[in-house]
Design a protein around this ligand. Structure first.
Ligand code: 5GP
Ligand code: SF4
Ligand code: MG
Length: 493
């Protein structure tokens, strides 16, 4: 998963862009980059957190009113700095951009661009391929005036060739800024506007993966870029918008469960409220089980909202018994199992006074491999708990995500080919309770019934883009397995 922001300001944009980017740090902690334009492109990217990559020196160098920022966690490639975004091309006009998502036919496109168009794709970053496909279309018009119509047709050309999920922000030098979402709108992208203090100045426009990134800049109007649609802002700051695909909207349900910030609104759904609803709905299921529960306790931070809702519905005590060390990164980013296990213990610590002699309902957003859950159950037992019921407010995860969330390979899912009793045994809990898939979808959909269905392929194996073949499953599985191996080899060097 990644985060992307594009701002079209009237003055130097870098300080606004930097503060806005801090709101998407949770979407990728592997690398980050900022690109600005003031007649030429200026670019700084690096590995690590935003605060460690940018300093006064490189911020001063990032001049211009136009800026694109990106935070990355890699789904393709080894995470080297060459693969970090934004990317830029110097033909046909100079095009720069960044995206959030994952291109499923990346390797095929890379080969096609090389064989047929003699383009060398240097990186393993899928944005380089998107940029090249887009550029290939508008190159034909390089001696003409580039109209919004040509730009929109270029996006259609991207839709035709590029498969997977992508929410893209581009800047075409001297022509304008463009934001578009893939035909199914799998990944979020918001568009916003704010009027500057001086009335004779034009509005400032922005695109962002989460609404929070624009609301922290006090944008007045924030709305979603429609799925399969593009919004183009020309150099005079005129806005053009076009729907370019009529595929059904299938936003990623996992954004609400885990990924996005609770203060964001995506696709007309507030993330916090959807987690309250997920909690309410799971509470109904738990109530029917008539369990002897003394306290409800969340696995911080994502499960806090749903846990409070569960405790309230069940009229039980809510107790925060696990303390999180905020200064350790997300554990699933670590490729090596041992490193992951160790860092879970450093990340969470139990409060004995909360758990001793209690029957505990522990609530988490999801169970992926089960390493976190196993370590937590152990921890809570050691702190003196009598019984531990482990509830996941999402359904069992059993399939890899090809659209940008790194679920790793299929074999690693603890819920695959296992009953709930077996899962409970594997993680050491007395009982495991999952949200039913219908309730999960209904809870998130409650705020926007216009969305007929979400992407929930990681729970069902039903991939909405319809292009994930058995061969691709095997291929991507192998690529991922090799990726993990090569990360480990690099680490051991
Ligand atoms: P696991 O069951 O793999 O040990 O870890 C599950 C925990 O990882 C949950 O607490 C959940 O918050 C977190 N998690 C959420 N999203 C992801 C993801 O995309 N990938 C992985 N591996 N873990 C995630
Ligand atoms: Fe989101 Fe899962 Fe679909 Fe991936 S497979 S886009 S994580 S719902
Ligand atoms: Mg968690």
């Amino acid at each position: 998963m990644c985060g992307v922001i594009g701002l079209f300001d009237n003055e130097n944009v870098v300080s606004k862009l930097y503060s806005s980017m801090l709101t998407i740090q949770h979407r990728g902690q592997d690398s980050a980059g900022i690109l600005t334009f003031d007649g030429t492109f200026h670019l700084k990217k690096g590995n690590g957190l935003i605060r460690d990559i940018f300093d006064q020196k490189n911020i001063a160098r990032l001049q211009g009113n136009i800026g694109i920022g990106h935070t990355r966690y890699p789904t393709v490639g080894e995470g080297s700095v060459e693969d970090a975004q934004p990317f830029w091309l110097n033909f046909p006009f100079g095009i720069a951009g960044a995206h959030n998502g994952n291109i499923t036919n990346f390797f095929q496109l890379k080969k096609e661009l090389n064989d047929k168009s003699k383009k060398i794709i240097n990186s393993n970053c899928d944005m380089e391929v998107v940029l090249n496909v887009f550029a290939e279309y508008i190159e034909k018009f390089k001696n003409k005036k580039i109209t919004p119509e040509i730009i929109f047709n270029a996006v259609k050309y991207v839709y035709k060739r590029v498969k997977g999920s992508y929410a893209v922000v581009l800047y075409i030098a001297g022509i304008g800024m463009l934001g578009f979402r893939d035909p199914y709108g799998l990944r979020p992208l918001l568009f916003g506007e704010t009027k500057p203090e001086l009335t004779n100045e034009k509005s400032i426009y922005g695109f962002a993966s989460e609404s929070t990134s624009l609301s922290v800049l006090n944008f007045d109007i924030i709305r979603d870029v429609e799925p399969g649609s593009a919004i183009f802002i020309n150099e005079d700051k005129e806005i053009f918008e076009k729907k370019l695909s009529s595929k059904p909207h299938r936003p990623c349900i996992f954004e609400y469960i885990y990924f996005a910030r609770p203060d964001s609104d995506l696709n007309g759904i507030n993330v916090y409220s959807s987690r309250v609803e997920l909690g309410n709905s799971l509470a109904k299921k738990i109530k029917k089980l008539k369990l002897d529960i003394d306290i409800v306790s969340p696995v911080p931070d994502s499960a806090r909202t749903a846990s409070i809702a569960i405790a309230r519905k069940l009229k039980l005590k809510y107790r925060e018994g696990l303390v999180k060390n905020r200064y350790i990164g997300r554990t699933f980013i670590m490729p090596e199992d041992n490193a992951r296990k160790e860092s879970i213990n450093q990340k969470l610590n139990p409060i004995e006074a909360v758990f001793i002699d209690k029957n505990v309902l522990l609530v988490d957003d999801s169970i992926v491999r089960g390493n976190t859950s196993r370590a937590i159950v152990q921890m809570v037992r050691n702190a003196g708990a009598k019984k531990i019921f482990f509830a996941s407010y999402s359904s069992p995860l059993t399939n890899p995500c090809f659209y940008g969330i790194d679920m790793q390979t299929k074999g690693e899912f603890i819920a695959l080919n296992s009953t709930e009793e077996e899962i409970a045994k594997k993680i050491g809990a007395d009982l495991v309770i999952y949200q039913d898939i219908k309730d999960m979808e209904r809870s998130v959909r409650a705020q926007n019934k216009q969305i007929k269905s979400f992407c929930k392929a990681c729970f069902t194996g039903d991939y909405p883009t319809g292009d994930i073949t058995e061969d691709m499953l095997v291929q991507i599985e192998n690529d991922r397995a090799n990726n993990v191996k090569s990360k480990l080899n690099n680490k051991n060097k």
